[in-house]
Design a protein around this ligand. Structure first.
Ligand code: FAD
Length: 322
């Protein structure tokens, strides 16, 4: 049965995050041919972002422009989101499983008295049901969920559901909605760290991660060069962060970021279970480690037993020749 689905897009510095397009593609699957209404919030012009959402498959877009929506706050975004939901009365809601998505969606679900299926990695329609798959036990198993009653509310993990083909011939209505936003108690001092110019670690298609084997801050330099050559981002194990070789914003794992890039290159990382929780669902894993017994080789598609300070510069050199 076709359903109307609302998708919350995410704008950062005037640009939509990729996961917004992935959420539209996810909503298409959930809607089973119904209407997709995307919503975007911000303080500046949202016209360009709204247009992009239509090119990527939204049927209509609602924008809420308000000076309080410059950066994400749970109070501000919840008020804007609830106003859109009240107008649209959708049968489903989809958003990216990002920092904002993880914060906003439980709040909305509670206000709407709804369930929430978070961190979805795939969606299929089977036996007349929309079936959501999500990892559990730190990625060691997957569970399948269906919604039998009420609102279908889901967040989708970045880099798992392919966006639809961008099509400039798609057209759709863009409506600016006024929302009175009040009682914002949170003051956000935004600290944005990008390991590589323009590449966000949680959305990167290529991640080069360093562990304690990198041995120093300077040891990350060859990894950054490889990341630059591949258009990727640098990440790290907690071992490397604890040793102060890099900032904790780069930490991948159970208590860090969860990434699912197309290519993950682990350099000098042993492969502790807590690290695997953040990267084992990457599409292709390459491990570079001096120790042939290192656990990381058990999850790697390709393993290189060797010194990362020999292997990484050679890889960069070869990639630059392509
Ligand atoms: P090590 O285990 O010390 O491994 C270093 C590796 O580098 C070794 O395999 C060694 O052979 C190799 N090596 C050394 N020199 C070279 C060289 N020149 N060339 C190639 N290889 C070399 N960890 C995370 O990563 N993320 C988390 O989110 C996380 N959360 C945790 C939560 C809890 C509650 C706990 C208890 C632990 C958590 N940990 C997490 C820590 C985790 O258990 C490991 O301690 C950590 O992942 C180890 O980091 P590492 O692999 O860099 O270091």
């Amino acid at each position: 049965m076709s359903k109307k689905i609302v998708v919350f897009g995410e704008v950062r510095d005037g640009e939509l995050r990729n996961v917004s397009f992935e959420a539209v593609a996810a909503a298409k699957l959930v809607s089973e041919g119904g209407e997709i209404v995307a919503a975007v919030f911000g303080d500046g012009s949202l016209e360009k972002a709204a247009q992009e959402l239509i090119y990527y498959g939204a049927d209509r877009v609602v924008t809420v422009q308000n000076e309080t929506l410059k950066t994400y706050t749970s109070e501000g975004y919840a008020q804007a989101a609830l106003a859109v939901i009240e107008d649209e009365d959708p049968e489903g809601i989809v958003m990216g499983h990002t920092a904002a998505g993880k914060d906003l969606t439980p709040k909305l679900a509670s206000k709407l008295d709804s369930g929430l299926i978070s961190d979805v990695t795939s969606i299929e329609v089977a036996g007349g049901n929309v079936v959501f798959t999500r990892p559990i036990y730190s990625g060691k198993a997957f569970e399948k969920k269906i919604v039998t009653d009420g609102l279908i509310f889901a967040t989708v993990r970045p880099n798992n559901i392919a966006p639809l083909e961008r099509d400039e011939s798609r057209t759709g209505e863009i409506t600016a909605k006024e929302v009175e936003i009040k009682d914002i108690r949170t003051v956000i001092k935004e600290v944005l760290r990008k390991s590589t110019e323009g590449v966000d670690l949680s959305e990167a298609k290529v991640v080069i991660a360093g562990g304690r084997g990198v041995k120093s801050k300077e040891g990350f330099e060859p990894l950054q060069e490889l990341a630059d050559a591949l258009g990727g981002a640098v990440g790290a194990s907690r071992g490397a962060c604890d040793a102060d070789y890099c900032d904790y914003s780069l930490q991948i794992g159970q208590t860090g970021k969860v990434v699912t890039p197309d290519l993950y290159i682990a350099c000098g990382i042993s492969g502790a279970i807590q690290h695997l929780a953040g990267m084992s669902n990457s599409k292709v894993i390459v491990a570079i480690n001096k120790d042939p017994e290192a656990n990381i080789f058990n999850v790697a598609d390709y393993g290189i037993v060797g010194d990362l300070f020999d292997v990484v510069p050679k890889l960069t050199e070869e990639i630059k020749k392509l």
